[in-house]
Structure formats: structure tokens, C-alpha cells
Ligand binder design. Structure first.
Ligand SMILES: Cc1cc2nc3c(=O)[nH]c(=O)nc-3n(C[C@H](O)[C@H](O)[C@H](O)COP(=O)(O)OP(=O)(O)OC[C@H]3O[C@@H](n4cnc5c(N)ncnc54)[C@H](O)[C@@H]3O)c2cc1C
Ligand code: FES
Length: 272
């Protein structure tokens, strides 16, 4: 689905990280956690390509004006890294964006008796809030969030408001535990007497570590990947990543946009 969206708010939530709320068509609140949208940041030729962003939240917005009709909304959490994202951060209320989505495959929510462990790093938290919102309806949910410094730890209050127990670690020790958040995950997994299930999104090194922990414990684990995308729909093969059987002699690639961005960790090739 392609639609024009009007910006409702665009706020810097931490240095370099922004949260944008915009209007959405009535079908969008049915998007699965983990799906993404492709955003065209302006009508000009540069930047030509749409940029992919996870769906942080969907819901119904009630405008402040009396008598105005409630309106479905879409939220993105984004980090300014280059041209398109800095242009996004300069947009204001009532500006328009051209959006394609929801696209890709989202998370499999698992079964209610499992303890859900969500692991996120920096802006990797973006697709995990909508996931947590769904998971808390049926299971206990724990969030393990890591970053280099406290500025990379985003939106924890929102997760806490859902009833999610949050574990924070920063590499410089400026917030939460000092070190990697995977250490807190390992400790919780050792204490868990039920059936855990892991969901993760963040930098590749973090995903690699989480996939290794899950494989060692025989724990179901899904990861949401990022990649460079041009079409977002499986047509250009610009976003492929090696599958678990991949080798130089027998190539096995998965399309992040159409086969993912969420994959069962066992489907992919990881560094040992
Ligand atoms: C499925 C999917 C979902 C995504 N969801 C989000 C999200 O919710 N929030 C968010 O902030 N970003 C998300 N991204 C990444 C986002 O698409 C890029 O940050 C954005 O396209 C950068 O555009 P730009 O023009 O600002 O930067 P560019 O000019 O394209 O790049 C500038 C610099 O950023 C680096 N960069 C670009 N893209 C990425 C990337 N994917 N990962 C790491 N470094 C990158 C480049 O190497 C370059 O150094 C997602 C990507 C994918 C594939
Ligand atoms: S971005 Fe074109 S195939 Fe994935």
C-alpha cells in the first residue's frame, strides 16, 4: 500500500535520535510487529531512493481540536546518520511524506506460556516496542537494552509503562550495568525455570552474540536485520544476506526485505 502521510509530531528524544508520529490509513494499525515502511523523504530527485524504517508504534490519535475525528497513526524511531535521516529530522507538523508499506515479514509471537526475552541495541529498539505491546497481552516480557552510552538507551519508560521488566547496560557504564547487555540476558536465561523465547534487533555484533547464546541453549530466537535496501520488495536483490547453508561453492542467500526482515536465527549464517 502506498499512501501520503501528514506529520503530527517530530521530536528529538535523545541526541541524534528522533521519534516521528504521522497519520496513516485505517489498515495500518493491523501491521505485524517487525514489519517496516519505505519512506520517500521529499519530492526531489535526491535522495532518490526510499529509506526503510521499522514500525515503532501504531494506534489511534485524537486531535486536540474539539470535534476532530480520531485518526490512525504510525510512529517511527530513527537515528540521524546521513542525508535522508537528517532531512527527516528537519520536517515539521503538517509536512507530508510518501510511504510504502507495511512490508516484509514480522515476528512470530510464540505461545503464551513462554517467557519472552526482547534484546535491543540503540535504534534497534524501533521494531521492538510494537512487539512488546502485543507480547504483554499474553506473556511476561523482559527487555534487555544495550548501548554505548546513556544517549543510546531510548524509550525505556514506554516499555516500563507496558509492564515490561527492563535491564539496561551501557559500554561506558553511564546508565544501568557497565558492559554488554547480553551478560544480563545470560544470567536471566540461567534463572528462567520456564520456556524462554528470544527476539532481537540491533547491531550485527549483538545479533551474532544473541544467536550464539540461543543456539547454545536450544532457545527459539528471531532476529530483525537491517540492510541496504533499494526496492524493499524483493525485486533488486540489493539487500541479500547469507543463509545458514551458504558457502563459496553453494551460495544460499536470503532477501532481507521480502524473506525478512525478521528471521529465525537458525536460518542465517553467523560468525563462530
Ligand atoms: C528493515 C529495516 C528497518 C530499519 N529501521 C530503522 C529504524 O526504525 N530506525 C532507523 O533509524 N533506521 C532504520 N533502518 C536503517 C535506515 O534505513 C538507515 O539509517 C537510513 O536508510 C539511512 O539513510 P540516510 O540517507 O540518512 O543515510 P545514508 O546516506 O544512506 O548513510 C549514511 C551513513 O549511515 C550508514 N548507514 C546507512 N544505512 C545504515 C543501516 N541500515 N545500518 C547501519 N548504518 C547505516 C552508512 O554506512 C553511511 O555511513 C532500517 C533499515 C532496514 C533495512
Ligand atoms: S531491497 Fe530490493 S530486493 Fe530487497
Amino acid at each position: 500500500m502506498q499512501f501520503k502521510s501528514m506529520i503530527i509530531s517530530n521530536v528529538e528524544v535523545s541526541p541524534g535520535y528522533w521519534r516521528m508520529r504521522m497519520t496513516a490509513p485505517p489498515e495500518l494499525p493491523a501491521a505485524q510487529p517487525g514489519q517496516f515502511v519505505m519512506v520517500r523523504v521529499n519530492e526531489a530527485i535526491d535522495p532518490l531512493l526510499r529509506r526503510p524504517f521499522g514500525i515503532f508504534d501504531v494506534g489511534i490519535h485524537t486531535p486536540a481540536q474539539t470535534g476532530a475525528a480520531p485518526q490512525p497513526y504510525l510512529e517511527m524511531l530513527y537515528r540521524v546518520v546521513g542525508k535522508a535521516t537528517s532531512m527527516l529530522s528537519a520536517l515539521h507538523e503538517t509536512d507530508l511524506l510518501d510511504i510504502l508499506g507495511p512490508l516484509g515479514k514480522g515476528f512470530n509471537l510464540g505461545s503464551p506460556e513462554e517467557e519472552k526475552m526482547i534484546v535491543g541495541g540503540g535504534v534497534g529498539l524501533a521494531p521492538l516496542y510494537l512487539l512488546a505491546k502485543e507480547l504483554v497481552k499474553q506473556s511476561s516480557v523482559r527487555l534487555f537494552v544495550g548501548g554505548r552510552t546513556r544517549d543510546d538507551i531510548l524509550c525505556i519508560t514506554e516499555f516500563e509503562r507496558l509492564g515490561v521488566e527492563c535491564y539496561v547496560a551501557t559500554e561506558d557504564g553511564s546508565l544501568g550495568e557497565s558492559g554488554l547487555v547480553t551478560e544480563a540476558l545470560i544470567r536471566r536465561l540461567a534463572a528462567c525455570d520456564g520456556k524462554p523465547r528470544i527476539f532481537a534487533c540491533g547491531p550485527h555484533g549483538m545479533l551474532n552474540a544473541v544467536a550464539g547464546i540461543a543456539a547454545q541453549g536450544g532457545i527459539p530466537c528471531q532476529v530483525s536485520l537491517e540492510g541496504y535496501m533499494a526496492c524493499g520488495m524483493g525485486a533488486c536483490l540489493g539487500c541479500v544476506t547469507p543463509g545458514h547453508r551458504h558457502s563459496g561453492e553453494a551460495p544460499d542467500y536470503r532477501c532481507v526485505c521480502a524473506d525478512g526482515p525478521v528471521f529465525d536465527a537458525t536460518e542465517l549464517k553467523w560468525e563462530a
